[in-house]
Unconditional design. Structure first.
Length: 380
C-alpha cells in the first residue's frame, strides 16, 4: 500500500523516548517539553511558545486568551480542516466563513472586505455585524496544504478594524510568507503535531506568540488554572491540555530532521509538478511568488469536463491499486456541524473541494512508489 502521509521515524525518537522511560519523566512536564517549546520558538522565530496536547487545544486557548468572547464573530477560512471552526465554537464565538481565492486556494481577503462593506459598521472602535448584532473580534486564516494566505492584505484589514489575527499554521510548519515564518505574522500562531503533519509527536500542538501575558495565561489555563505550587487551588476554569514529555521527546527528535523532511516534500512536489504540467484537465499545485511552499500534502485539481473523470472516481480507481489519495475537506459553510446566521455562498471553495485530490506525500515516499502514483493518475 502507498499511504497518503505517514511519519518518518529515522532520528533520535527511540533514544529520547528511552531517556523519558529511564528517568521516569513520562507525563505532562519534563525536560523534553521545555526543549520542544524552545526548539519550535527558535525554528520559527517566536518569543514565546507553549506546547499543548493537540493543535485543536492550541487554537482553543489562542482564541480564549486573546479575548475572543462568547457571541463574538471570527472570520475563518471555509476551506479548512474543521478544527479551527470547532475551536471558535468552544469559546462560544461564531464563524464567518471566508471563501478561498482561486489562485492559491487560501482565504480570500477581498471576501472579508466585501463582507465588511456589505454587512458591518464600526461602533466605538469595534467592528459590528449589523445582521447578527454581534461584534467581530478576530480573523483566523488557515494556511492550507503548506501554502501561506495573503497575510499583508489580512493584516491590513485587521489593523484597520482592530481585529486579532490567529494563524492556523498546522499544515504549514516551515513555510514562509515574504520570508517570514508562518505563525509569526499575526498575534498568535498555532501548530499541530498530529501523525500526518510534517513533524509529529504522535499527537500534540503548539501555540506561539510574542505576547508574554498571553503565553503565561495559556500555560496557566492549560494546566487546570492551578494557582499555587503546593495547594490545589484554582482561580478559574482550566483545562488539561498539556503535552507529555513522551510526546515532546518524539517531537524533539522530529524537529531535528525538519530540513530533511521539507527537502523530501519539495522534491516530491517538483516531480508531481513536472509529471502533470502538460496533462489536460489537471491543475498542479500553485505557489505564489510571496511563498516558500512546504508542500505538506501535494494536491491536484481535476477538471472533470476535460479529464473525463471526477476526483472521486480517480480516488477509487487508485484505491483499487492500493494507492491512498483523498479529497480536501467539505467546506465548513456546508457542514452540518456549523450552520450559522452568517452563512453565505463560497463558490470557489465548493469548486476546489469538488476538484481536489491529495496524492501520497510522505517524506519517505521513494521514487519507485511515486512513479507508480504518477502512472496510475496518468492512466486514469
Ligand atoms: C491538523 C490540523 C489541526 C489540529 O489538529 P490536531 O489533530 O488537533 O492536532 C488544526 N487545523 C488544521 C488546519 C489542521 O490541519
Amino acid at each position: 500500500m502507498i499511504p497518503l502521509s505517514v511519519p518518518q521515524i529515522n532520528g533520535n525518537e527511540w533514544k529520547y523516548l528511552k531517556q523519558c522511560l529511564d528517568t521516569n519523566w513520562v507525563s505532562s512536564a519534563g525536560p523534553f517539553v521545555d526543549k520542544f517549546e524552545s526548539l519550535i520558538a527558535e525554528y520559527i522565530g517566536a518569543e514565546f511558545s507553549v506546547a499543548t496536547n493537540s493543535g485543536t487545544s492550541a487554537l482553543h486557548l489562542a482564541l480564549k486568551v486573546s479575548g475572543v468572547k462568547e457571541n463574538d464573530e471570527v472570520f475563518v477560512s471555509t476551506l479548512s480542516f474543521i478544527a479551527p471552526i470547532n475551536a471558535i465554537r468552544y469559546v462560544g464565538a461564531w464563524p464567518i466563513f471566508v471563501d478561498a481565492e482561486p489562485k492559491y486556494w487560501q482565504m480570500d481577503p477581498d471576501r472579508i472586505s466585501d463582507f465588511i462593506n456589505e454587512n458591518c459598521e464600526v461602533k466605538s472602535g469595534r467592528l459590528y455585524n449589523k445582521k447578527t448584532k454581534r461584534t467581530i473580534s478576530a480573523i483566523l486564516p488557515v494556511h492550507i496544504l503548506g501554502h501561506p494566505c495573503d497575510m499583508d492584505a489580512i493584516m491590513t484589514i485587521a489593523k484597520q478594524y482592530n481585529l486579532i489575527v490567529i494563524e492556523d499554521a498546522s499544515q504549514s510548519l516551515g513555510s514562509t510568507y515574504k520570508s517570514i515564518p508562518l505563525g509569526t505574522i499575526g498575534d498568535i500562531g498555532c501548530f499541530s503535531f498530529n501523525g500526518n503533519k510534517t513533524v509529529t509527536c504522535g499527537g500534540g500542538g503548539m501555540l506561539v506568540t510574542n505576547n508574554g501575558v498571553w503565553a503565561d495565561s495559556v500555560r496557566h489555563i492549560s494546566t487546570q488554572a492551578r494557582d499555587h505550587p503546593i495547594e490545589y487551588t484554582h482561580d478559574q476554569i482550566g483545562y488539561n491540555y498539556r503535552l507529555t514529555n513522551l510526546q515532546a521527546a518524539v517531537g524533539c527528535a522530529q524537529i531535528e530532521q525538519i530540513d530533511t523532511f521539507l527537502q523530501a516534500k519539495r522534491s516530491i512536489a517538483n516531480k508531481y509538478n513536472s509529471s502533470f504540467a502538460d496533462v489536460d484537465g489537471i491543475t498542479t499545485m500553485p505557489t505564489s511568488s510571496s511563498a516558500w511552499h512546504s508542500y505538506w500534502l501535494y494536491t491536484i485539481l481535476i477538471d472533470e469536463s476535460v479529464f473525463g473523470k471526477t476526483s472521486r472516481q480517480i480516488l477509487s480507481q487508485l484505491q483499487s491499486l492500493d494507492i491512498q489519495t483523498r479529497p480536501l475537506w467539505q467546506p465548513i459553510h456546508k457542514s452540518k456541524a456549523h450552520q450559522t446566521e452568517s452563512i453565505h455562498e463560497c463558490p470557489i471553495a465548493d469548486r476546489l473541494a469538488y476538484q481536489a485530490l491529495s496524492l501520497p506525500s510522505s517524506s519517505s515516499l521513494d521514487n519507485k512508489s511515486q512513479a507508480q502514483v504518477i502512472e496510475a493518475v496518468l492512466s486514469a
